[in-house]
Design a protein around this ligand. Structure first.
Ligand code: 13P
Length: 252
């Protein structure tokens, strides 16, 4: 069966001291929780990744990178390669976040290259997708999500999909305090699962974890996670507070 996952995307937040305190508190509060196969992942800045990977080794907390370059190495100033991540024992990477799409112009074509490179290097990928507010208002949200998924992921083999986790993050709900209703999340997750079943098969669709992201907080997590096709969350703001993030982990 597919895994339940709660992942914290720290984005470009926290000083070294703050990151250290956050992971220390998180380790303490997650320790001893009955996780029942729920995976707990944090994605700190590259700057702290190696330290946090070391500090969490042997705990239930896993680490992920927030991005990676598709090239193996070379003259790409400011970029981080998969090989570098692997060398510090990071095996999971977030790709396709709307902030990367919007501010760094990562198109479906670029993302497809990143996905293929990451899979080639045996990464697990948390692949984000989601519509902007205008798409939803003009009732294009299903078409937009479908094209994001088809363009970046539908040339993959069924075996490749073993390493894909999906994260539906409606852009209008990210950092805005406005959440998709549990029904809106469920509707989109079921739509995506159906797309996978149609392109591949029911078994693969049933085994793919689909997370919801966008203003998930302790107060709304339980209701969102109660939906059949919501397998967990990708948490931004609330993952920066150990108590809030732990409360969200407990809500699953
Ligand atoms: P917020 O939880 O702050 O809305 O961010 C969600 C997100 O973008 C996680 O990747």
């Amino acid at each position: 069966m597919r895994s339940k996952i709660v992942a914290g995307n720290w984005k470009m937040n926290n000083s070294a001291k703050e990151s250290k305190a956050l992971i220390k508190n998180l380790k303490k509060s997650v320790k001893g929780l009955p996780l029942n196969n729920t995976r707990v992942i944090v994605a700190p800045s590259f700057v702290y990744l190696q330290k946090i990977a070391k500090k969490t080794a042997g705990t239930p907390i896993e680490v992920a990178a927030q991005n990676m370059n598709d090239a193996p190495k070379g003259a790409y100033t400011g970029e981080v390669s998969g090989e570098m991540l692997k060398s510090i024992h990071v095996n999971t990477v977030i790709l396709g976040h709307s902030e990367r799409r919007e501010y760094y112009y990562e198109t479906d074509t670029i993302l497809k290259k990143k996905v293929l490179s990451a899979l080639d290097q045996n990464f697990e990928i948390i692949f984000c997708f989601g519509e902007v507010l205008e798409d939803r208002k003009s009732n294009k949200h299903f078409d937009v999500v479908k094209s994001q998924i088809v363009n970046a992921l539908f040339d993959l083999t069924s075996d490749d999909w073993e390493n894909i986790i999906l994260a539906y993050e409606p852009v209008w709900a990210i950092g805005t305090g406005e959440t998709a209703s549990p029904e809106q999340a469920q509707e989109m997750h079921a739509f995506v699962r159906d797309l996978i079943a149609t392109k591949y098969d029911q078994h693969l669709a049933e085994h793919t974890s689909i997370l919801y992201g966008g203003s998930v907080k302790p107060a709304n997590a339980e209701e969102i996670f109660s939906k059949e096709d919501v397998d967990g969350g990708l948490i931004g703001g609330a993952s920066l507070n150990a108590d809030d993030f732990t409360a969200i982990v407990k809500a699953i």
